[in-house]
Design a protein around this ligand. Sequence first.
Ligand SMILES: Cc1ncc(COP(=O)(O)O)c(C=O)c1O
Length: 505
Amino acid sequence: MTRTSSTAAVDVPIVVDPALGRLPGQIVDGFRDLVTRGALRPGDRLPSSRRLAAGWNISRGTVLTAWDQLAAEGYLAAAHGSGTVVNPDLSLVHPAPRPHPPAPTGQPSSIAGPAATAGVDLRPGRPGVTGLADASWRQAWRRAAAHPSPSSVPAPGLPALRAEIAAHLRQMRGLVVEPDEIVVTGGARDALAALLQIITVRLGHPPRVAVEDPGYPSLRRVLHRYGAAVVEIPVDDDGLSVTALEELSHPAHLVLVTPSHQYPLGASLPVGRRLRLLDWARRTDALVIEDDYDSELRYVGAPLPALAALDRGPRSPRGERVVTLGSFAKTMTPDLGSGFAVLPATLLPEMVALRSDLGPAPAPIVQRALADYLAAGGLRRHAQRMRREYRRRRSLLSDAFTEVTAVRVLAMDGGLHAVLELVRTADAVSATAVESAVQQQLLAVDVQLGALGDYWASSRPRDRFGWVLGYSGISDDDLRRGLELVRSTVDHVVAQAAPSGPVPL
Ligand SMILES: Cc1ncc(COP(=O)(O)O)c(C=O)c1O
C-alpha cells in the first residue's frame, strides 16, 4: 500500500455548484481531475462524507452517490480501520502516461532527469554513492538526530567538525592547518559567494576575477550573480596559463583556479607555475582561490599537496595568499550541501562575522553527523573504495575508445569524469557541428553527456572540441551500454562529416 506522510485527511478542493448541473457528476469529474493532476495521490485518506457534505453545503446522500461511482471506477477504496482512501493500487487500474524524456540541458546537472532510469546519464558531476551509507554513516545520523541541541553552532562551524576537517586536510592533502583557520560552508559555491561579499565591501565595488577557460560553469555563475568582472584566462596541457595572468593590463583581484586537476581537462598545475602564481599574487596583492574539489579521489600517483601548502612556510605559517575551497559534494554526496574554506588570517574575522549574520551553513544537525562520520574514519574508507572503483571505470572508458582514431581520452589522474577530445579537426565550424550532432543523436536514444563547449566562456574562440563523460553515478551495465552508444555515434558522425563523405551536418 502506498504510504502517505500522515494519516490526516487531505482536502478535496472541488467547486460544487447547483447552478452547474447534476451535483454527483460534478463531484466525480472534479475528483478524477484532482487525481490526474496529482493533487490527490494513491493512499490519501479522504474526509468523511458527512464533513464533505457540510463543506459543500449539499446532502450527504449526494456525496455518497458520487463516492459509489468513484469506487466502481476504481478511484476509491475502503481504508484499513474505517473511512475511505484514494485507491492505493490506482496505477494498476488507471496507468499514468509515460513521462516525457528530459529536455536537453546545456549545463551539466547533478541530478538525473525523470527518464534517466530508462536511458543512460553520462553527464559529469554525480558521485557514486554505493556503500556510502555504511554502519558509521547510519550511526552518525542516528546520533545527530537523537540529540537535538537547544543552541546553534558557533559562526565558523562546529568545533569538532573543524578539527576533523583539519585532520582530513593533513592526512589526505598534505596541508597542515589549525582548526581555527577553517570555516565550514554550504559547499564551494556558498564559500565563493561569501568571499565575493567580503571583497566587494572592502573594495567598494565587485572585484575583477580571473577564471580558467574552460572552467567550472557553476562557480562562474556565482561570480556573475555577484557582479564580478570576469576575465577568462586560457588553459593549456599544464593548466592555467600564468603568463596570460601576468600579462593582464588590469590585474585581477582574485584568481579562481583548480590546480590539482584542472576542471574539466584534468591537467595538474606544475610546481613551477604554482610558485609563479603565488609570486604574482604577492606582487599584485591578489588572492588565489584554490578550488580543491575532489583531489582526495586521485588514483594515479601520489596526490599533489594543495596549493595552499606552498603558501605556508617558516615565514608565513598561516598562509597569506591562498583560500582553499573544499566540498563534500563529490567525495561523498551533494545531498550534504557541505564544504569548507581554509582562510588566511586577513580574511577570517570578516568571514566569521558574515557567517554570524547569515546563520550556519550547512544546518547544525548536518555538521554534527558529518563530524561523527569523519571521526569514525568513514570518509577515508569511502574515498579508498571510490578510488579503486573509479580507477577500474576509467580503464573501462579508455578501453572503449582505443580503436576510435578520431578521439583521444584525456588521461585523468582522478575524479569522476573523462574528456573525450576530437583530434584532427578540420576547422572550428565543422568540429562544433560534430560535437553538437553527437550530443543530439545520443539524446535521441536517451543518452546524455556534456559537450566540451559548455565549459568555455562564449566570448573566446576555442580550439578544443569533444565531450565530457561522467562515469561514476551509474551502474556498470549502464556505463558499458552508454559507452558503446557513444563510441558508435562518434564513429558514425565523424565518418559522415569527413570531407569525402556526404557531410550532412
Ligand atoms: C570543479 C568543481 N568545483 C566545485 C564543486 C563543488 O561545488 P559545490 O560544493 O558548490 O557543490 C564541484 C562539484 O561538482 C566541481 O565539479
